[in-house]
Design a protein around this ligand. Sequence first.
Ligand code: FES
Length: 353
Amino acid sequence: MAVRRLAEIQPESFAFTSENRAWADDQIKKFPEGRQASAVIPLLWRAQEQHDGWLPEPAIRHVGDVLGMPYIRVLEIATFYTMFNLEPVGEYFVQLCGTTPCQLCGASDLIKVCERVIGPQRHVTDDGKLSWLEVECLGACCNAPMVQINYDYYEDLTAESFEKLLDDLRAGRPVTPGPQNGRQMSAPLGGPTTLTDPSLYQNRRTLVSDTDVASRAANDTAPSPPPPSSAPEPEKADKPEVADETDDKAAMLDAAERPEALEGPAGGTADDLKRISGIGPKIEGILNELGIFHFAQIARWTEDNKAWIDGYLKFKGRIDREDWIGQATTLAEGGDTDFSKRVDEGNVPSSKD
Ligand code: FES
């Protein structure tokens, strides 16, 4: 590992926002008396998040003050773990895996793209959008070559798809994390080849429904629908967990507003919601079951509607990250997005029924 030094130019000071300080105090309370220093990593991480993705020296001292730790001990931790960035990063910080499996699958081509589009490692582009760093294995070797950008993995990249990804991010266009060649997670490119017998999944509470096993799309990570009413009851041991999940979901969904639903598609024809990046056949089916058939319906979602759907699908903000409403607005007005054009040209396997 290369020597990791603090950035030459540092801010004058750093302090947690009141919200982050309250969060930090909650973290500290989780540890027994005298062991508060155990909260050092989450606090450093929160400080990094607050400071645009990198950790300045005043933040390291501030965390030491909050935890009553000698500054040198906090510094040792911040400089040891490569998850902490010690110098400024771009709005989109690319961590490019350069370890052997990714190298064998083309990581060196991705490095050339970074050098050409962004510049040398650690350089932040003039618009502040991009920076990159070569890192060791990120644990997604079966989808090599891959990069991590902020919190998301982008896998099965080629030089072309990676350069387009960087362009899209820079231009604020929606992108879809995960495999970039249309395959389903780590399954073979043409779809799963094992465990495809639907009978294997009968009487299983958490797995996908019978007909979905072979067709679940790479970007379709919504929870599976409940088993059909004709399916046998789950085994007794599973019941308490189901009840807890249901209660949590009900409580969460009560807090927000369900979007306007139609009994069926207006004019008898539904829009192809799969033209929205982030919606595959499975999620489209769930939206249709909820009475959502048209781009214009999604374009009209309020913040509460969006929160309701996000909670229902357990998406944790994915609707915003993928900008469903922006895409739906464009499509509802008769326009196209880069993604919808690729769908229309048949170049997005995961958008096919
Ligand atoms: S070698 Fe690249 S993710 Fe493991």
